[in-house]
Design a protein around this ligand. Structure first.
Ligand code: GLU
Length: 412
C-alpha cells in the first residue's frame, strides 16, 4: 500500500465512525496545493546537480500550514502527500493553531558535503519562496535535515522578503531557535510513554523497552525514559541491535553516538544482534523511531511487544495495524506520539513573533502540558467510543478540522 493510501485508510476508519458524508471527506483529504520543483545546485566538483523538490500543503482550515522538510532517497510526491496530511491531523490532535504541510528532496544527505548541504536548500527556496511564509506555510526539520539547513533556508527566504525568523522553525538556538526544540520530539515520546504505561498498569521500572533508531528522536526518547527508570533493553540502527536484558547504559550510548558521527557502530558495551531482530524482541514497549512502513503484514506476526508507541511517522501499515489490534497490542499513533516536535516549533514561532525568549523550563512545562492534555483526551475518546487510540485521535482531529472548515464557510 502506498504511504498516502495508508493515511487515507486511517482517516476513513475514523470518518466512518463519525458518519462523515463523502463530500465532506473529499474536502478534508484533498490537498490544497502540491508543488514539484527543479532544484539545481552546484556540486563541489563544479558541475550542477538536478534533483526534485516537493512541498505539499494539505489543509489550512485551522491556521497556517506547518510541517518538516525531509532529505532521504525514498522521498517522492506520494510520501510527501501522506506526511502532509498527517501534519494536519497531528496539529489538530494537540490543538496547535496550524494546518498541515510537508516537503522533501529525494536525496541522501550523507552524499553531500557541507557546502552542498547549504547550496541545495538555497536553490529550493529560490523555487518556492512565494508559497511559504510565517502566515501561510512554515517548514521545519525532519529526517535528514537539521538546524543548519533551517538557518540557510531562512537566510535565503529573507533575501526575497526581509527579516522574519518565524518563516521556519527548528533554527539554531543562537539564530532565533527555541531552547528545547532539538530534544522535543523524543521528549514528547517519553512524556506520552510514561502516561500510557500508567494507564496500562505497567510500572516504569518493569517496562522493558526497545527503541528502533537512535537518531534525534530515538536517542532523546531513550534518555527521557531512562531517567524515568524504564529499562531500555535494546536500541538499534542500521549497524545492528544493541541488547542488554537488564537495561542498557543509555547516557553512555547517547554520548557514544554523538562522538561516533551519529551511528552506534562499534559500540561494545552490549550484546550485538542483527538490526532486524529488534522488532521481534519480547518487550513491554516497542518504539519504532526511524523510517515509516517498518511493520507490515510480512513481519507483524513476529512482534512480541505488548504495546507500541509510534515515534516515527507512519511506521505501521494498515494491514499490520489490524493484525496487531486483533492481538490486543496497544498502539499509540504517530499523530499524538511524535507531536512534541511540532509543539515546540509552535513555541518557537510564537517567540519569534513576539521577539521574546522562553526559558528551557518554560518550554518543557508547556510541552508536557500540551501533550498530557492531548493524551488524556485521546484516551477518553478511545474508551468512551470503544475504538483504537489511533481512530480516537483521528476522530478528534477530524472534528476540529471539520468545524474550522464550517466556520470558514467551506462546508455548507
Ligand atoms: N518534522 C516534524 C514532524 O513530523 C516536525 C514538524 C514541525 O516542527 O513543524 O512532526
Amino acid at each position: 500500500m502506498r504511504a498516502s493510501e495508508a493515511t487515507t485508510y486511517y482517516f476513513n476508519k475514523a470518518a466512518d465512525q463519525l458518519e462523515l458524508p463523502d463530500w465532506v471527506r473529499k474536502l478534508l483529504v484533498t490537498n490544497k496545493r502540491e508543488v514539484t520543483v527543479q532544484v539545481a545546485f552546484e556540486r563541489d566538483n563544479g558541475r550542477s546537480e538536478t534533483v526534485l523538490g516537493y512541498r505539499v500543503q494539505h489543509d489550512n482550515a485551522r491556521g497556517p500550514m506547518k510541517g518538516g522538510l525531509r532529505y532521504h532517497p525514498a522521498v517522492d510526491l506520494d510520501e510527501v502527500r501522506a506526511l502532509a496530511a498527517l501534519m494536519t491531523w497531528k496539529t489538530a490532535v494537540v490543538e496547535l493553531p496550524y494546518g498541515g504541510a510537508k516537503g522533501g528532496i529525494g536525496i541522501d544527505p550523507k552524499t553531500l558535503s557541507k557546502r552542498e548541504m547549504e547550496r541545495m536548500p538555497r536553490a529550493f527556496v529560490d523555487q518556492l519562496h512565494e508559497i511559504v511564509g510565517p502566515d501561510s506555510d512554515i517548514p521545519a526539520p525532519d529526517m535528514g535535515t537539521n538546524h543548519e539547513v533551517m538557518a540557510w533556508f531562512r537566510n535565503q527566504w529573507e533575501k526575497y522578503h526581509g527579516f522574519n525568523p518565524a518563516v521556519i522553525t527548528g533554527k539554531p538556538v543562537e539564530e532565533y531557535g527555541a531552547r528545547g526544540r532539538e530534544e522535543a520530539t523524543g521528549r514528547g515520546v517519553g512524556t506520552v510513554a510514561v502516561k500510557m504505561m500508567k494507564r496500562l498498569n505497567i510500572r516504569p521500572d518493569q517496562c522493558r523497552t526497545a527503541i528502533q533508531g537512535f537518531g534525534n528522536v530515538g536517542s532523546h526518547a531513550g534518555k527521557y525514559l531512562h531517567e524515568a527508570a524504564f529499562p531500555i533493553v535494546a536500541v538499534s540502527d542500521l549497524s545492528g541491535t544493541y541488547f542488554n536484558a537488564k537495561g542498557l547504559n543509555i547516557p553512555e550510548l547517547f554520548s557514544y553516538v554523538i562522538k561516533n558521527k551519529g551511528t552506534l557502530e562499534g559500540y561494545s558495551g552490549a550484546e550485538q544482534l542483527p538490526a532486524e531482530d529488534l522488532l521481534g524482541l519480547d518487550v513491554d514497549l516497542l518504539i519504532p523511531a526511524a523510517l515509516g512502513d517498518v511493520i507490515t503484514k510480512e513481519n507483524a506476526d513476529r512482534i512480541r511487544a505488548k504495546s507500541i508507541i509510534e515515534a516515527a511517522n507512519g511506521p505501521i501499515d494498515p494491514e499490520a495495524d489490524e493484525i496487531l489490534a486483533a492481538r490486543n497490542i496497544t498502539i499509540l499513533p504517530d499523530i499524538l506520539a511524535n507531536a512534541g516536535g511540532v509543539t515546540v516549533s509552535y513555541f518557537e514561532w510564537v517567540q519569534n513573533r513576539q521577539h521574546y525568549r522562553w526559558s528551557l523550563d518554560r518550554v518543557r512545562q508547556e510541552l508536557d502540558r500540551t501533550l498530557s492534555d492531548a493524551f488524556e483526551q485521546v484516551w477518553q475518546e478511545s474508551s468512551t467510543r470503544n475504538v483504537s487510540l489511533r481512530t480516537a485521535a483521528f476522530m478528534l482531529a477530524i472534528n476540529r478540522v471539520q468545524r474550522a472548515s464550517e466556520l470558514a464557510g467551506w462546508l455548507i
